[in-house]
Design a binder for this molecule. Sequence first.
Ligand code: 2BA
Length: 109
Amino acid sequence: MKLLVAIVHHEDAGALVDALLDREYRATRLASSGGFLKQSNATVILGVDDDQVETVLEIVRETCHARTQVVNPMPPIMEPGEFFMPYPLEVEVGGATVFVLPVERYERI
Ligand code: 2BA
């Protein structure tokens, strides 16, 4: 068995969880936020049999999409008379960041 940890855009998380439940996968959605952008995202965790990992990854690919986000950089500490023009930066946020971890034991009690 494997534990899949998928960090996805919060706008895609509902579709991902719905698609997983439609195909009878049990999943847990956690609220999270990215360390870099500090914007909310979602972490979906699910335990699946080894032979189901690729199927679940395909569901992630179908439901989660890369998008561009605009970030306003923090102004630096300025000396008197210095001028800072904040140019927004575009960052490509992936459709999903997925970790696949081995599960030592799984019990539903
Ligand atoms: P964030 O940390 O908010 O990162 C959002 C996007 O900003 C990243 O998209 C990447 O394009 C860019 N980025 C992140 N760190 C950067 C840096 N040091 N310099 C330049 N650009 C940077 P993704 O790579 O698709 O990541 C989306 C979200 O997935 C991340 O949100 C984070 O919450 C999570 N994530 C990505 N890689 C991870 C990892 N290795 N471990 C844990 N979480 C990860």
